[in-house]
Design a protein around this ligand. Structure first.
Ligand code: OX2
Length: 849
């Protein structure tokens, strides 16, 4: 149905079309109007929450105007307006990610539209402080950690660079749980974040019916062709909820589409309802709604739950339907599909999109297998984020058979074609077939999702150089032989400087702008290199140092309120904030803290005077079922309790565990670090992204030769980072030695003493921590804590010494900031666009004239 307004009436329409506010008066008028009418509040009952809501709605309107224009422009771009028509491809990138860890939206919207100062001034006239208003907003926490935050940074870059791109995910009713620490233990509280979310638009008219279960019937169509019909399934409806994603310094406003599940129409059983069986009649409804109810709280760990698989298919099928629906409107030939659409798979979670697109093309659109498969392969790109075996997704064949019978057939057919291809090309290597088969011949049989993702994509990338090399030599080694090395590439992760510098550290951003002649660096972070010229500039150094101190004071105040612990902002702030995981080795950090404490206790009062005071700050959530991670949290809290109350130690050492680490807290914590810890066992952390954020904000890193630490070292120089520990190429031998070494397992005496202290009950019931210690002493120390301990504590010593020379420290931090240009997520997006998606920006109309 043609829904657009006919030409003669458009003038009237345009006359009343809403304009973006641009002055303080206009902003205030809209804010007050929203408070009074949309929210039905008044002068007499407007609290900070209402002021936030009014401000957010005013900004939402502003974004929506730009958003409507962007969507119009991207869909119906007038070729005559384009400068180089032949260069412009109207592709749309679809970023399929089960997680988008967005954080707060208002501050971001104000900064990206350049209206924050006007708005701050405006709300101040109305009796509010902008900081208070901003802090009313709840984080949109639809992710676990780095993977979800990366997707959020990518959305910011895609819009800022004017790429026509949509993110697709699920509208979880509950985001990542809220963490409370009670008596030193993590307790999980549900995060019901939707009671007021001004940023989303329900699109009740954009729905897709998704099928589960049922059976597959073969039939012959009119042309005599055998076709498969998937029938008798259960239907659940996907409803779209859209959120605008504003670019920085551009009118381009992209879309994040979140699918919510509800019972399909007709599923509500009125007979039951009318006969009084209320419960039964709502049961179906509730079952349908369960699909998008909750984000799985595991980071880098798969558990094979049926509901999770349902989530994955529900989201993939709805998103693909949406993409295909839009493509079909263009009436282009199917062979054009990969030129019009690029779909990026954020890890293996969306891999079902591969058999789903193949199914649409052969079962619904009537394409032949080979033609369809070529379209599928050209369309998808796959980003791998881990080589950890426990994180590699596998789904049992019987489960897929039950839930998605047609997809299982297609997966088997994909596998058959693939294995025949391998057999033809490697006739002598019979073992290869078993190794690379999508189906693992276990009991029950399992579908290896990473292999399906590799086979169904035209490019596979890792997220940092070391990691991209590792995937080629470990998990995907055979596939490099099969497809050749060009299918595999690297795109080193990045971060958006808008949120992680401009928003989180406005004073530093301003100082940089004052030296670089404006905020251009926020769009081209490589311009930071010009700062190096100021490394000896007295005034600049003073201000840079003052900013760091102010950020530490702010964090100290937060710690005082949240933890009731007083820390001295002049101490060295040592921070490790990230998901709690054995491979990330928070246990190494806390053992190091205990070692430091024991050394302090050994010292004379005279010796203690020479010590560099330090605050060790931890933060991060443990997956609710991950016992060892929870034990680590418990140990940190117990150690904090003892050390912080030891009068002899005073300010020399404080330990803090910050509850409920999330994006908005990261914005306070990261700018306040002197040192941050990125100390994973070499070869286990694919990239890490907070390492980049810390350095960009004038902190240094203690880290292993792992993930992006290596490239950070390349950029900032070896003198400006503290590397320690064994290298990834030695990890396998070291692990082996723990079990088989002839001279047995000799523990570093300092670490032995740490263990003895824990066992003596200094930090509470020793039994609580025995599993942690035994994982090292008796179960092979898989993460090589004992191997790296000495090198770790020695390096911490070097850090104390280096920090003692404040002038040199300052030089290191300024130099490092100026060399971080490479790590902008804008650079990543340009690399994806060029090497994987083959897509060009679509400039907003105003800018193309
Ligand atoms: C994380 C990786 O662990 C981390 O190293 C990386 O920086 C981040 O993804 C973004 O690429 N789940 N989370 C990750 O991998 C998986 C799987």
């Amino acid at each position: 149905v043609e829904a657009s307004i006919p030409e003669p009436q458009r003038a009237a329409w345009k006359k009343f079309s809403k304009k973006e506010f641009s002055t303080k008066d206009e902003f205030q008028a809209e804010t007050v109007q929203h408070i009074e009418t949309t929210l039905a509040r008044s002068l007499f009952n407007c609290d900070e929450a209402a002021a936030y809501s009014g401000t957010a709605l005013a900004f939402r309107d502003r974004l929506v105007i730009a958003w409507n224009k962007t969507q119009q422009n991207q869909t119906f771009a007038d070729p005559k307006q384009k400068v180089h028509e032949s260069d412009v491809k109207l592709n749309k990138v679809a970023d399929l990610s089960l997680e988008f860890l967005m954080g707060r939206a208002l501050d971001n919207a104000m900064l990206n539209t350049g209206m924050k100062d006007i708005a701050a001034d405006g709300v101040s006239d109305l009796g509010f402080r902008m900081e208070d208003i901003i802090s009313q907003e709840r984080d949109a926490a639809l992710g676990n950690g780095g993977l979800g935050r990366l997707a959020a940074c990518f959305l910011d870059s895609l819009a800022s660079l004017n790429y026509p791109a949509w993110g697709y995910a699920l509208r979880y009713r509950y985001g990542i749980f809220k963490q409370e620490i009670i008596d030193g233990y993590q307790v999980e509280i549900p995060d019901y974040w939707l009671d007021f979310n001004p940023w989303e638009f329900p699109r009740h008219d954009v729905t897709v019916d998704i099928q589960f279960y049922g059976n597959v019937r073969k039939e012959t169509d009119e042309s005599g062709k055998q076709v498969s019909v998937w029938e008798n399934g259960e239907i659940v409806t996907a409803v779209a909820y859209d959120a605008p994603i504003p670019g920085y310094g551009t009118k381009t406003t992209n879309n994040l589409r979140l699918w919510s599940s509800k019972a399909a129409q007709g599923e509500f059983d009125f007979t039951k309802f009318n006969s009084g069986e209320y419960e039964a009649s709502v049961a179906d409804q509730q079952r349908a709604e369960t699909i998008s109810a909750v984000l799985y709280p595991n980071d880098s760990l798969e558990r094979g739950k049926e509901l999770r698989l349902k989530q994955q298919y529900f989201w993939c099928a709805a998103s693909l339907f949406d993409i295909v629906r839009r493509f079909k409107k263009s009436k282009k030939a199917w062979t054009e599909f990969p030129n019009q659409v690029a779909i990026q798979l954020n890890d293996t979670h969306p891999t079902l999109a591969i058999p789903e697109l193949q199914r649409i093309l052969i079962d619904q659109e009537g394409l032949e297998w080979d033609e369809a498969w070529s379209i599928v392969q050209q369309t998808f790109g796959y980003t791998n984020h881990t080589v950890l075996p426990e994180a590699l997704e596998k789904w049992s064949v019987p489960l897929i058979q039950h839930l998605l019978p047609r997809h299982l057939q297609i997966i088997y057919d994909i596998n058959l074609h693939f294995l025949q291809f391998v057999e033809r090309n490697f006739p002598k290597d019979r073992d290869m077939l078993g190794r690379v088969s999508i189906i693992e011949e276990s009991q029950p049989k399992m579908v290896r999702m990473a292999y399906l993702a590799v086979i169904g994509s035209h490019k596979v990338n890792g997220v940092a150089e070391l990691h991209s090399d590792l995937i080629k030599t470990t998990i995907f080694k055979d596939f490099v032989r099969i497809y050749g090395p060009d299918k595999f590439t690297n795109v080193t992760n990045g971060i958006t400087p808008r949120r992680w510098l401009h928003q989180a550290n406005p004073r530093l951003s301003q100082l940089i702008a004052s030296k670089l002649g404006g905020y251009e660096f926020l769009k081209d972070l490589t311009l930071l290199h010009k700062l190096e010229a100021y490394v000896d500039d007295k005034e600049f150094r003073k201000e840079f140092q003052a900013i760091k101190h102010a950020n530490k004071v702010r964090l100290a105040e937060y710690i005082k309120t949240a933890n009731k612990v007083t820390v001295n902002p002049s101490s060295l702030f040592d921070i490790q904030v990230k998901r709690i995981h054995e491979y990330k080795r928070q246990q190494l950090n806390i053992f190091g803290v205990i070692h430091r404490y024991l050394e302090l206790k050994d010292m004379s009062a005279e010796e203690r005077k020479k010590v560099q005071p330090r605050v060790s700050i931890f933060g991060g959530k443990a997956a609710p079922g991950y016992w060892m991670a929870k034990t680590i949290i418990h140990l940190v809290n117990q150690v904090a309790q003892v050390i912080n109350n030891d009068a002899e130690i005073g300010d020399l050492l404080k330990v803090v565990f910050l509850e409920d680490y999330n994006v908005s807290k990261a914005e306070i914590i990261i700018p306040a670090s002197d040192i941050s810890e990125h100390i994973s066992t070499a070869g286990t952390e694919a990239s890490g992204t907070s390492n980049m954020k810390f350095v960009l904000n004038g902190g240094l890193v203690i880290g292993t030769c792992d993930g992006a630490n290596i490239e950070i070292t390349r950029e900032v120089g070896e003198d400006n980072i503290f590397l320690f520990g064994n290298l990834s190429e030695d990890v396998e031998d070291l692990r082996h030695a723990h079990f088989y070494s002839a001279d047995g397992f000799r523990l570093d005496p300092a670490l032995q003493r740490v263990f003895d202290t824990i066992k003596s009950g200094t930090f509470g019931d020793a039994n609580s921590f025995s599993a942690l210690i035994n994982s090292i002493l008796e179960h092979g120390d898989y993460y090589l804590v004992s191997d790296d301990f000495k090198s770790y504590v020695d390096t911490q010593k070097l850090i104390d010494e280096a920090y003692g020379n404040q002038e040199e420290w300052l030089t290191k931090t300024i130099t490092s900031v100026s060399r971080m240009g490479f790590f902008s997520s804008d650079r990543c997006i340009e690399e994806y666009a060029e090497a994987i998606w083959n897509v060009e920006p679509v400039l907003p109309k105003e800018d193309t004239a």
